[in-house]
Ligand binder design. Structure first.
Ligand code: HEM
Length: 513
């Protein structure tokens, strides 16, 4: 070997050995961290759970990233084995006690942050939305500015638009003869409703011929990318170069990033140019948020969160209720009876809310359809939380700063609150003396609760009431399920929202002439 060759050999040998040393140090660090995580020095060492889950995030990754969205099943098994509070990863606890919901998800000025591990599923402008805000204080600033636009008063003002859209949708459904995926079809209605509500103009999904164009690609982009973003957080940076590399990204991720960086800023820009006075974005621009909170970039994140959060959740719950009403004639007949005095062409949200059985059907739809099925952790930054189980057997002090959450999928099936929990029983929501069983509502996590409760809850309830009533009175007598079984409805895994088994074509139906 000549001198030049020797030099090159030395260079590669020394680079390899430095790399190996660094890799060795990194492995040593990870091992030391894993041992610390299960040592008595760790603040969560007293909490029960599998040692491996406490040691490393790989345990959670196995269920979420490899087995794809199956961690809630494993968390449920942990509760059966270890009790109502368990440690599910090195940093986080999970609780299975409906009576502790109000402490975890407190409101009234008590500080609740979000967990960064949970928020890594957001990228780009979405990280700057209310939904993506980690700290309580910035969340309050953003949320207070948006609250006015989603108040009950504002909803009532805009109700005629949602009503008109609902009627238009029902007409289209009645004239359609092909089998169709109901979550997709209802998603056209909910996407139009939220875009009309926010921007003063629908996305045109109901009025188009057919159902082809809709926002599902964006929503699927968000849900299908979430575990990739969570376990490979560096992929979040790709959102900034997405327009240039879109063709090389996985399809779902490309769709998500395109929606965030191209379509949404355009919507927001148009909405803020004065044509949509009295709508969400003009309210946000007029609010007393600092100017840095009013940039097109940040408002695009809010807009994206409104559309993704408002579309699929509501559509999935309506589809879920449809399945139960089409398969349970006794429930449908009772609902028809309850709605006997209602004119299906002139529906009124407030009037519908007075119909007890309809209330029961919607609540039961939310209970068994979950909304968001997986855990939603919160952090009480400034206070320890004191947990005591009802029988006094378990007592814990949850140290301040610890992420802890509950899961709708678990709480909603607790037989202590909901006997016969897997049965669709609207009657459970009506007391013996014929009133709403309001006490049960405190065990429903579908919209979360406290300071981070769903912003769009009024819009969601308005849509649910109008649409379930309209479908029951006008469409269900002619609608039949199409190649749909209980397997297409049954919860299988989480992509934030509940998903049926892989390969399911969803809830499908056909409308007869
Ligand atoms: C049945 C329908 C719906 C369900 C089940 C639902 C469920 C939820 C849940 C569980 C959260 C809390 C998420 C978290 O903790 O990270 C949430 C937040 C949110 N929802 Fe909804 N939602 C529905 C409809 C809507 C609608 C129609 C909108 C329209 C704007 C909307 C907008 C939002 C927003 C913006 C947030 C974030 C709020 C914040 O963090 O301050 N949702 N929703």
């Amino acid at each position: 070997m000549d001198a030049e060759g020797c030099k090159s050999y030395d260079f590669w040998a020394s680079t390899t050995s430095t790399t190996m040393r660094l890799a060795g140090l990194w492995i040593l660090y990870r091992v030391a961290l894993a041992l610390y995580n299960i040592s008595p020095f760790h603040p969560l060492s007293r909490f029960p759970g599998p040692k491996l889950a406490a040691m490393t995030f790989l345990y959670e990754f196995w269920y979420e990233g490899i087995r794809w969205g199956k961690y809630t099943w494993e968390i449920q098994r942990m509760h059966e084995k270890y009790g109502p509070v368990v440690r599910i990863n090195p940093e986080e606890l999970h609780c299975d006690d409906g009576d502790f919901i109000d402490e975890i998800y407190a409101g009234g000025g008590r500080i609740r942050d979000k967990h960064q591990h949970f928020l890594t599923t957001t990228a780009g402008a979405l990280s700057y939305s209310s939904f993506g805000s980690r700290h309580h204080e910035i969340h309050r600033t953003r949320r207070n500015a948006a609250n006015k636009s989603f108040s009950r008063t504002q909803m009532k003002k805009l109700e005629p638009e949602i009503h008109e859209l609902c009627q238009q949708f029902v007409e289209k459904l009645l004239s359609w003869r092909e089998p169709l995926n109901l979550t997709m079809a209802y998603g056209c209605f909910t996407a139009d409703a939220i875009t009309k509500y926010c921007f003063g103009e629908t996305a045109g999904f109901v009025s188009q011929d057919g159902w082809k164009k809709n926002h599902r690609a964006a929503v699927e982009g968000f849900t299908q990318s979430m575990y990739i973003l969570r376990y490979a957080p560096w992929t979040r940076q790709m959102v900034y170069v997405a327009p240039y590399i879109q063709d090389y990204l996985p399809e779902h991720m490309g769709n998500l990033f395109k929606e965030l960086t191209v379509k949404m800023p355009r919507y927001v820009r148009e909405a803020t140019q004065g044509e949509t006075q009295g709508r969400v974005f003009s309210h946000l621009i007029e609010s007393d948020m600092p100017d840095s909170e009013k940039t097109i970039f940040r408002l695009s994140g809010e807009g994206f969160s409104f559309i993704t959060a408002g579309m699929e959740t509501t559509a999935a719950i309506i589809a879920f209720i449809t399945y139960h009403l089409l398969t349970k004639s006794e429930v449908r007949e009772r609902l028809e009876e309850d709605l006997m005095d209602v004119d299906p062409f002139h529906l009124d949200w407030q009037n519908l809310e007075g119909h007890l059985y309809l209330y029961g059907v919607i609540q039961e739809g939310l209970r068994m359809g979950y909304g968001i099925s997986q855990r939603l952790p919160r952090i009480a930054r400034t206070e320890d939380l004191i947990y005591k189980s009802e029988d006094g057997k378990y007592q814990y002090v949850i140290p301040k700063g610890t992420p802890i959450g509950e899961s709708a999928r678990i709480v909603h099936h607790n037989p202590k609150y909901f006997p016969d929990p897997f049965k669709f029983k609207p009657e459970r929501w009506i007391t013996e003396d014929g009133k709403r069983n309001l006490h049960l509502e405190k065990y429903i996590l579908s919209f979360s609760t406290g300071s981070r409760r769903c912003l769009g809850i009024n819009l969601a309830f308005c849509e649910l009431n109008l649409m379930v009533a309209a479908l029951t009175l006008r469409v269900f007598p002619k609608m039949r399920l199409y190649e749909t079984t209980a397997d297409d409805v049954r919860y299988d895994h989480d992509l934030m929202i509940p998903m049926p088994r892989k390969g399911s074509k969803g809830i499908r139906a056909v409308v007869l002439p």
